[in-house]
Design a protein around this ligand. Structure first.
Ligand code: UD1
Ligand code: CA
Length: 459
C-alpha cells in the first residue's frame, strides 16, 4: 500500500518559553523534528509533507528538499494543520500517516507496526496509543465496554472519570487518504481551547459507521511528546542512553554512560574507549582504537585511529592517526594534525597545520601557523599572529627546532632544519639550517647580591 507521511510542526510551543520554534529544539544534537523525519524516512514513505507555520521559514530550511512543506498561517489546531496538506496530497491515494514534530523518541519500528496493523484491519483510521502511569497532559483514549475505541478527549475537555483513564493518544495516526480531507473540513472548534482538534476525527468516523482501530505502543517511553524544557531534558536522557547502547553494541567502550554525552550524529569506530565526563558533539567522527577523555569535549572533530585525547577540547579540526592530545589542550577551529603529531599540556592551537610527527609538548600558543613534519616547538613558544589589526601567518619548515620561550612575530618563516635560541623574539625569517638568536647577551656582575644586602638562605 502506498504511504505518505505528514509531520505537524507549525506550533510555537508556548510552554518552551523560547524564541526558537519548539520543533527546532535539539535532542542529542538534532532538532526534534529531524528525529521524527528520520524515523518516517526509514519506514519507506513515498512522500513526506511537513506542516510549518510559526517561524515556518526557519523550520522549512532545516528539511530543505528532503520533504515538501505546507504552510499553516494561523495555528488553529492539529486538524486545521493537517487540512493544510490537502493540495500537497490531492492526488495521493493510499494511506497517510500523521506524526507530531515534537515526539523525537519514536522509533521507526513502532511506526511500521502501526502501518502494518492499519493495512491488515482496513480501518479508516488507526491510532497509536500508550498506557502511562502518569497520563497528565495527553488526550485520553475512551473505549466502549466491548473494548472498541470511541473517542479521544483532550485533558482540558475531560470529565473526572475520563481523566482517570491511563491510555493516551500518542498523536500518531494512520488514515486512509480517501475521504480524509472531507472529514477534516467537518471538524468544529467548540472545545475548551477553541481549536480544531485532529482527535475529533475519531468520533466523526465512528458516527458515520467507519471502523477505527488502535495499536498500543509496547514501549511507553518512546511516545513522549515534548511540550516544555523539563520534558526535553527527560527525552535527552532517554535518547542519550539509546545512542550509547548502539555505540556499545558496535564495539565502543563507554566507561560510564551516566557521564558521557554523545550526539546522535557522531560516528565512533570499534575498540575506542570513552572515559567519563566526555562530550562528543555535532558531526564528530572518531576512528578505531582511540581513547577519549576523561573530561574532554569534541565538536565537529574528525579523528583517525589510535588517537589519545585527555582533558582537552577539540573544535572543528582534523586529527590524523596516532596523535596524542592533552591533557589540557585547546584545539580551536581550522587545525589539521598530521599523523603521530603531539599537542601536549596547556597548549592552544588555532587555524594551524602540524606536520607528521611534529610536537608542541607544553605551554604554547600556535595560531595561523604551518609547521612541517618532524619539528619540535619548545615550551612557552608563542606565535605573535595579531598586530591589533590583522592576523599574520607563521611558517615553520620540516625538522625545525624552536627553542623554549621563543616569540615568533608573524609574518615570519623559519626554514627547514633551522633552530631558534631559547628566549628569542624572532622578527626576521630564519634561513634553512641556520640558528636564529635574538636576545640580549648575559652579563654576570660579581658581588652584586652582597652589595645590595640580599641574602640567599640555604637550609
Ligand atoms: C496533541 C493531541 C493529544 C496527544 C498529544 C501527544 C490534539 C488536539 N491533541 O496534544 O491528544 O495526546 O498531542 O503528544 O491533537 N501543531 C500544528 N498546528 C497547530 C497545532 C499544533 O502544526 O495548529 C503541531 C505542533 O507543532 C506539534 C503537534 O502539532 O508538533 C502537536 O501539538 P501540541 O500543541 O503539542 O499538541 P498537544 O497539546 O500536545
Ligand atoms: Ca505535544
Amino acid at each position: 500500500m502506498r504511504l505518505a507521511a505528514v509531520v505537524l510542526a507549525a506550533g510555537k510551543g508556548t510552554r518552551m518559553k523560547s524564541g526558537l520554534p519548539k520543533v527546532l529544539h535539539r535532542v542529542c544534537g538534532r532538532p526534534m523534528v529531524e528525529h521524527v523525519l528520520l524515523a518516517v524516512r526509514k519506514i519507506g514513505v513515498q512522500k513526506t509533507v511537513l506542516v510549518v507555520g510559526h517561524q515556518g521559514d526557519l523550520v522549512a530550511e532545516l528539511v530543505g528538499d528532503k520533504a515538501e512543506t505546507a504552510y499553516q498561517a494561523e495555528q488553529l489546531g492539529t486538524a486545521h494543520a493537517l487540512l493544510q496538506c490537502r493540495d500537497a496530497l490531492k492526488n495521493f491515494n493510499g494511506d497517510i500517516m500523521v506524526v507530531c514534530g515534537d515526539t523525537p523518541l519514536l522509533r521507526h519500528q513502532t511506526l511500521s507496526q502501526l502501518h502494518t496493523e492499519h493495512s491488515r484491519s482496513g480501518s479508516a483510521a488507526t491510532v497509536l496509543t500508550a498506557v502511562l502511569n502518569d497520563p497528565a497532559g495527553y488526550g485520553r483514549v475512551i473505549r466502549n465496554t466491548a473494548g472498541g475505541i470511541m473517542k479521544i478527549v483532550e485533558q482540558k475537555d475531560a470529565a473526572p472519570a475520563e481523566l482517570a483513564v491511563s491510555e493516551i493518544n500518542t498523536g500518531v495516526y494512520c488514515f486512509k487518504a480517501e475521504g480524509l480531507f472531507e472529514a477534516l473540513s467537518e471538524i468544529r472548534s467548540d472545545n475548551a481551547q477553541g481549536e480544531y482538534y485532529l482527535t475529533d476525527i475519531i468520533e466523526y468516523y465512528i458516527a458515520r459507521g467507519e471502523s477505527v482501530g488502535a495499536v498500543i505502543a509496547g514501549d511507553a517511553a518512546e511516545i513522549m511528546g515534548i511540550n516544555d524544557r523539563c520534558q526535553l531534558a527527560v527525552a535527552e536522557k532517554v535518547l542519550r542512553r539509546r545512542i550509547l547502547d548502539r555505540l556499545m553494541m558496535s564495539g565502543v567502550a563507554v566507561m560510564d554512560p551516566a557521564s558521557t554525552f554523545i550526539d546522535d550524529t557522531v560516528h565512533i569506530g570499534a575498540d575506542s574507549i570513552i572515559y567519563p565526563f566526555t562530550f562528543i558533539e555535532g558531526k564528530s567522527k572518531i576512528g578505531e582504537n582511540c581513547t577519549i577523555g576523561p573530561s574532554s569535549r569534541l565538536f565537529n572533530a574528525t579523528l583517525g585511529c589510535r588517537v589519545n585525547v585527555q582533558n582537552s577540547v577539540i573544535v572543528e579540526s582534523r586529527v590524523a592517526d596516532g596523535c596524542n592530545i592533552g591533557p589540557f589542550a585547546y584545539i580551536r577551529p581550522g587545525c589539521v594534525l598530521e599523523k603521530d603529531a603531539k599537542v601536549g599540556d596547556f597548549v592552544e592551537l588555532k587555524n594551524s597545520r602540524l606536520g607528521e610527527g611534529s610536537k608542541v609538548p607544553h605551554l604554547s600558543y600556535v595560531g595561523d601557523a604551518e609547521v612541517g613534519r618532524g619539528s619540535n616547538i619548545g615550551a612557552g613558544t608563542i606565535t605573535c599572529n595579531y598586530d591589533g589589526e590583522n592576523k599574520w601567518r607563521t611558517k615553520i619548515g620540516e625538522h625545525a627546532f624552536i627553542g623554549s620561550n621563543t616569540n615568533l612575530v608573524a609574518p615570519v618563516v623559519v626554514g627547514d632544519g633551522s633552530i631558534t635560541g631559547a628566549g628569542s623574539t624572532i622578527t626576521k625569517d630564519v634561513p634553512p639550517g641556520a640558528l636564529g638568536v635574538a636576545r640580549d647577551k648575559q652579563r654576570n656582575i660579581e658581588g652584586w647580591a652582597k652589595r645590595k644586602k640580599i641574602s640567599v638562605k640555604i637550609d
